[in-house]
Design a protein around this ligand. Structure first.
Ligand SMILES: Cc1cc2nc3c(=O)[nH]c(=O)nc-3n(C[C@H](O)[C@H](O)[C@H](O)COP(=O)(O)OP(=O)(O)OC[C@H]3O[C@@H](n4cnc5c(N)ncnc54)[C@H](O)[C@@H]3O)c2cc1C
Length: 636
């Protein structure tokens, strides 16, 4: 007889990146929350690269932060290096990337979870769901305990039926030698959920003292740094002086080296001993984080691939070898290291490995991340077929918010593709599904010029405030920053200058002189001119914080493109506004193709726009659906 310990509003299975955001969001919205994890010390663990952010992933972190999430603040408190990437490219793809102190980050997350009112964190292995009449009512654990719950959020990561491989050796395991979650996966199938199988891999870690960095190229962080969180000092709109996060964080360097022809020869000679090439591991892996074996076999003409040595933390003696993810046998991993400049004497402290795991097909979920089959059951993170800490955390906060809204009988919060990368991520998952681990890319976002890192607070903080995750003070701060940005844009548009006053300066900037009166904004649109370099001819400008200046410059310089994209969004929103009832029986709609009927019945799109994005639903199917909806509306 299982012992029913207690009842909660929300039970979250997992304290990884998704579970943390989900648990904190629901508790901060006033719910009584229990978060279960297989190992308390692995809360917020980074089983792979010690980094957060980068293109598209950094955008997700800013959006999570703008909604009131934890990841942005946690990494700003624990990073060992911060860089703004793609500064040579447009603002849509510029993004922060931070090297994390993995231990400090995990501790920081554990603290946030354990200090959160109404949230209880507990070490336990969930082995099954309690479901009554199609509704989840609780969770059971391997030690005979069960917990009542009105909502359950599963964020089990790569643990479901986890199986690890290094060369010819494979065994049941979660990441880093932790226990896999086998029973829960079996239980989900018994409850009618369709599962798939994916894999991912990680490189060996080597002892820092055995790495010869004199043979490598040093890569330092940015001197003047910004934080991910809009609550960090460098993003404070009231802070007009030069603020850098410098104070707290002495930065650590990363190091660049390369594989060699010998490296590639050793991989080719031993390719038959790797699980990915001897047929042992057949699951699909992350295309955009290819392992060494794939790089060597798929690009035989390449003579070398870049390899980055990244510190795993300040007082941690391990270095992460970015670019050497592998499940080669250990003896081969050692030989591979001997062929790479600076790693000739490197000692492996953790061998690289591949891990296969079960995931839930996300087309079984509504855009709220609630299951269509079992109400009150939500899924978030790698368990939905994604890859990456940031993608997981983004789903986690949405699942937590929607759990809270469900328990308050309110409509779920669904961000659309023009509002946020989070909206693109979830819409892709529930509409198109996944056939390999899904990683967020800027190219996936049609309206990426509107979804920049710098304006995430303008797009999302109001929504975070509405659901009760963002405080009044923080919301006021975001509104203040928006007002400062708009006022400065107006001032630059209204401030007129004559050639006599500015031409000498313009020539110094290498741009053509003015022949007629112009606004400062018009000058700022010139590629040779920046907000900073305009200062000498703009003596009455107000002192503004960096986060305000940056947004002003982007909004003015890209005004034309931004305007065009807003027009596209108006068209997109029209098809999104054409709602489709959630109980349509596509079997009875005449004229639909068989494939479209199946796919529409599976995805149950909530709008015409979503129906248009389902692979296999053709434009003629959409016309049939539009006519039917019109007629159906006429009938009701
Ligand atoms: C070997 C490896 C390599 C990776 N490589 C990459 C990469 O190259 N690029 C990339 O972007 N991402 C990579 N990742 C993925 C990245 O680590 C994950 O995307 C991220 O950690 C997912 O976050 P999550 O919250 O979904 O799950 P996780 O962080 O895995 O957390 C899962 C949580 O669920 C708990 N849990 C699971 N089952 C149960 C249960 N039954 N009962 C109680 N608790 C349970 C665990 O204890 C843990 O707290 C890799 C991961 C691994 C393991």
């Amino acid at each position: 007889m299982r012992y029913r310990e207690a009842d909660y509003d929300v039970v979250v299975i997992g304290a990884g990146h998704a579970g943390t955001e989900a648990g904190l969001a629901a508790a901060r919205m006033g719910m009584e929350v229990l978060v279960l994890t297989i190992n308390l010390d692995s809360a917020g663990a980074m089983p792979c690269n010690p980094a957060i952010g980068g293109p598209a992933k950094g955008h997700l972190v800013r959006e999570i932060d703008a909604l009131g999430g934890e990841m942005g603040r946690a990494i700003d408190d624990t990073y060992v290096q911060m860089r703004l990437l793609n500064t040579g490219k447009g603002p849509a793809v510029q993004s922060l990337r931070a090297q994390a102190d993995k231990r400090e980050y995990g501790h920081r997350i554990l603290r946030a979870l354990m200090q959160q009112p109404r949230l209880r964190l507990k070490q336990a292995m969930a082995d099954g769901l309690i479901v009554e009449d199609g509704r989840v009512t609780g969770v059971s654990t391997k030690t005979g305990v069960c917990y009542g719950a009105d909502v359950v959020i599963i964020t089990a990561g790569v643990y479901l039926q986890g199986r690890v491989f290094t060369g010819e050796y494979g065994y049941e395991s979660g990441p880093n030698g932790l226990t896999p979650a086998t029973d829960l996966s079996v239980d989900l199938v018994e409850h009618g959920l369709e599962m798939g199988r994916f894999m991912t891999g990680t490189p060996p870690r080597v002892s820092r003292s055995t790495v010869d960095t004199s043979r490598m190229q040093r890569q330092d962080g940015d001197r003047e740094r910004q934080g991910f969180s809009f609550m960090s000092p460098s993003n404070n709109p009231d802070e007009v002086g030069e603020v850098s996060e410098e104070v707290a964080h002495e930065q650590l360097p990363c190091w660049l080296t390369h594989t060699s022809a010998d490296t590639h020869r050793i991989v080719q000679e031993n390719i038959g001993r790797t699980p990915m090439y001897d047929g042992t591991m057949e699951a699909a892996g992350p295309r955009y984080c290819p392992c060494l074996e794939d790089k060597v076999m798929q690009f035989p003409d390449r003579t070398s691939h870049p390899v980055f040595l990244e510190p795993e933390g300040r007082d941690v003696q391990e270095m992460y070898i970015q670019g050497l993810s592998t499940s080669l046998p250990e003896d081969v991993q050692v030989r591979v290291l001997r062929t790479i400049a600076g790693l000739e004497k490197a000692e492996i402290v953790r061998p690289g490995y591949g891990i296969e795991y079960d995931y839930v097909d996300p087309t079984q979920l509504y855009a709220s991340l609630e299951s269509k089959k079992i109400s009150g059951l939500f899924f978030a993170g790698q368990v939905n077929g994604t890859s990456g800490y940031e993608e997981a955390a983004a789903q986690g906060i949405m699942a937590g918010i929607n759990a809270g809204l469900l328990l308050r009988d309110r409509e779920p919060l669904v961000l659309d593709r023009s509002q946020a990368y989070i909206g693109v991520l979830i819409d892709d998952l529930v509409t198109t599904g996944v056939d390999e681990p899904y990683r967020m890319l800027t190219s996936r976002a049609e309206y990426r010029l509107l979804l920049r890192g710098d304006n995430a607070d303008f797009r999302l903080t109001e929504l975070g405030h509405e659901v009760g995750l963002v405080s009044d003070g923080r919301y006021a701060r975001a509104r203040r920053r928006r007002r400062l940005v708009e006022e400065e844009i107006d001032r630059l548009n209204e401030t007129r200058v004559r050639g006599d006053d500015v031409n000498t300066h313009l020539e110094n900037l290498g741009t053509s002189p003015l022949s007629e009166v112009s606004s400062l904004a018009q000058l700022l649109r010139r590629p040779e001119v920046s907000y900073e370099t305009l200062a000498p001819v703009d003596p009455h400008r107000p002192q503004l914080a960096r986060s305000v200046r940056d947004s002003v410059e982007i909004e003015i310089k890209y005004e034309g493109y931004i305007g065009k994209q807003k027009e596209q969004v108006r068209r997109y929103r029209r098809s999104e506004r054409t709602r489709i009832p959630h109980d349509v029986d596509y079997a009875v709609i005449p004229g639909l193709s068989r494939e479209a009927r199946e796919k529409l019945q599976r995805v149950m799109p909530r709008s015409l726009g979503q129906a248009m994005r389902i692979p296999g639903v053709s434009p003629s199917d959409i016309s049939v659906l539009m006519v039917w909806l019109e007629r159906d509306r006429g009938r009701t």
